[in-house]
Design a protein around this ligand. Structure first.
Ligand code: MG
Length: 659
């Protein structure tokens, strides 16, 4: 497109205009925030020092339009890629139907006179994420792709409207008060949202900068608002977690993309210090991020990676110590270990369905961080380059993820078991649960998260998905775990069998010990023993993918019945009852699918353990329906270990462990 270069005309005209006509925000104080001794700013400095703020402002816009040497990662303003979805967000945005969240589509109408406090569903995310103004970047891309100035005119109008209606008032006093009564500033100025705007206003700035609507006055307003944002983030870092990481990454972006601000070096340093400190605090030694969430884990790698990349391309190299890269490499390694061969990932904690379209671009981008990782190369190239790892099953003991797999390709069988430490906010009460993927089908997808926080109604929906009983694990009286910390007791792999034994003292008076054997690298035997003083109903829960399975309450089994001959049978020994339960799995925000779920339960008396053996067998061409399965313990319960004998289709397996 042809970019209308207005600035020189304005520069000429401005010389004849009174200052007040060009004055929007206070140009003198805003320009005063800049280090005018920087190369390229001499003209601005000249006018400014002579007291001519109007000409200084015009010269400043001219400087930004011709500035070279500062780069950004993310959207390339000269070659923006506008997807069909983004084009819709841009066009809807023109009509004040703002794209806020995938879970709330079609987008709501926020009024001809925009109501930034409109909150049609009391889900906090809907209110918070409005203030990320995601459609503005789409409008910027649409502007560049079409050359239509209407996008730029509307962006400037909406930007000014936002600034006017969402002033930064006292935040500290209300940030911990009740949501219902919280002032708008709580939502508009939550540090996570402010940081988000810091990052994406860089993209908006670069996309709209050539527009005739991007006037010198507007530049002053923009810089004024942007500086306020950066200072706010720098003064209100979250205490911990991914929010803090996002804020640190984004203050680095601010200090790197706008190095003209006197505070820029301080912002960069603050961000680097936080990320350097947090990467070893938030990531366990085995590379697992402490939210124990397969969606936040890769997002966290991206945060660390983006901060590094942004600094590097702008010449700020060696800001981070070598350990920073080492930790990221370990995080990447963990990431491909908990990815199934179709590039999907478990939906543990606040996870959602992530597929190839989400995982593959990440792997490609991570090659810059870990170029010598042959396995990463393999996954990033969809097998065309590199090699699969030289191992199959793998334990991540600190994070509590245990992967029992027989291969890396589409014909593999992969179980990912989760039984780790306390974790953080996103972590659920799901110790001992697993997902199991066989030949392209995830037979036990996690229930997911469905929705985040909000009013009572929203929280009730969220809490359903966080319950222990909606996972593939054990409960006492169907209650959610009181403590969600597990310990690894044993991990062993050999050509015949992989084994993991974990223990969760999750209730007062009840400890759940779970041993999983991956037998012949073909089928799984799960040994659940619940011991302690507690009395009550002990139940083992299994949640299948949405399907219509064959149930057998007499022999306590359930078998899927897919026509493609890729099925599993689940058979439980030791239960008195098999009961159908309410089952849901949520692949996307606010979407849920009914699915079969079962409790296999027995009454537990004081001092006596409850013991179950589950056999999960593939049913396929090699392993036809109606497996003949039997299983029993050899000997009484002992905390020192268990021995059992399992027979599948006439073949006997002696299994067990000693601690
Ligand atoms: Mg879950």
């Amino acid at each position: 497109m042809k970019i209308f270069n207005l600035n020189r005309t304005i520069l000429f005209l401005a010389a004849f205009l009174p200052v007040s006509m060009l004055k929007g925000a206070d140009a003198r104080s805003v320009i005063g925030l800049l280090d005018l001794t920087r190369p390229g700013l001499d003209k601005v400095a000249g006018y400014y020092n002579a007291g001519n703020d109007s000409l200084a402002t015009v010269a400043l816009l001219d400087y930004y339009r011709h500035r070279t040497g500062v780069k950004s990662i993310g959207v390339d303003p000269d070659n923006p890629q506008l997807t069909d979805r983004e084009r819709k967000w841009a066009d809807d945005g023109m009509e004040h139907k703002f794209y806020v969240h995938d879970g709330y589509q079609p987008s709501y109408f926020y009024g001809d006179d925009i109501d930034w406090q409109y909150w049609p569903v009391k889900d906090n995310e809907l209110r918070w994420q409005l203030h990320r103004t995601k459609w503005w970047v789409s409008m910027g891309k649409a502007y560049r792709v079409t050359g239509d100035e209407k996008y730029a005119g509307e962006w400037v109008a909406q930007y000014r409207d936002w600034v006017r209606k969402n002033p930064l008032t006292e935040f500290e006093g209300i940030k911990d008060t009740d949501m219902e009564n919280a002032d708008n500033v709580y939502f508009a100025w939550r540090p996570l949202e402010v940081g988000d705007r810091l990052e994406h206003q860089i993209e908006q700035f670069s996309l709209f900068l050539p527009s005739e609507h991007f006037t010198p006055d507007f530049l002053i307003e923009f810089l004024d608002n942007y500086h306020r944002h950066a200072e706010f983030v720098d003064g209100h870092y979250s205490d911990e977690g991914n929010h803090l990481l996002f804020e640190a990454q984004r203050i680095i972006f601010a200090g790197t993309y706008f190095p003209e601000f006197r505070k820029a070096a301080d912002w960069r340093k603050a961000g680097v210090d936080i990320l350097t400190r947090e990467i070893v605090k938030q990531v366990y030694p085995d590379g697992v991020h402490y939210e124990l969430d397969p969606r936040y884990h890769p997002a966290t790698i991206d945060i660390f990676g983006k901060a590094l990349a942004m600094l590097n391309i702008n010449g700020y190299t060696d800001e981070f110590p070598p350990e920073y890269i080492d930790v990221m490499r370990k995080m990447i390694e963990f990431n491909y270990n908990i990815t199934f061969p179709d590039y999907s990932m478990p939906m543990f904690s606040d996870g959602k369905k992530v597929g190839k379209s989400g995982s593959l671009p990440r792997y490609k981008s991570w090659l810059k961080i870990s170029p010598d990782d042959a396995a990463l190369k393999y996954f990033a190239s969809e097998g065309k380059e590199g090699n699969v790892p030289d191992y199959t099953s793998r334990a991540f003991e600190n994070g509590g993820f245990y992967i029992l797999r027989n291969g890396w390709g589409p014909a593999a069988t992969v179980m990912i078991l989760k039984a780790g430490p306390e974790g953080e906010w996103h972590n659920q009460f799901d110790n001992g649960t697993f997902e199991l993927w066989i030949k392209g089908r995830n037979f036990f997808p996690d229930s997911g998260s469905f929705i985040y926080g909000g009013d009572e109604e929203v929280l009730k929906q969220r809490d359903w998905f966080r319950q222990t009983s909606v996972h593939n694990t054990l409960t006492l009286d169907n209650k959610t775990l009181e403590k969600r910390k597990s310990n690894l007791l044993k991990w062993e792999t050999n050509p015949e069998v992989d084994m993991v034994v974990v223990e969760t003292p999750g209730y007062k008076g009840l400890t759940h010990r779970r041993a999983v054997f991956f037998v012949d690298k073909k089928f799984y035997v799960i040994v659940d023993e619940a011991y302690g003083d507690a009395e009550g109903d002990v139940a083992l829960h299994y949640q299948l993918l949405p399907c219509d399975p064959l149930e057998n309450s007499v022999n306590k089994s359930v078998t899927t019945a897919f026509a493609d001959n890729n099925n599993v049978t689940v058979r439980v020994f030791g239960a008195d009852r098999m009961t159908a339960e309410e089952g849901w799995t949520s692949f996307e925000y606010r979407q849920k699918n009914r699915r079969p779920a079962y409790a296999f339960s027995t009454g537990k008396k004081k001092g006596e353990p409850a013991r179950f053996i589950t056999v999960i067998c593939p049913v396929d061409a090699e392993n036809p329906l109606n497996h003949k399965i039997s299983a029993d313990y050899k000997g009484k319960f002992s905390v020192d270990g268990s021995s059992l004998e399992v027979t599948v289709d006439g073949k006997k397996y002696k299994l067990g462990y000693r601690l």
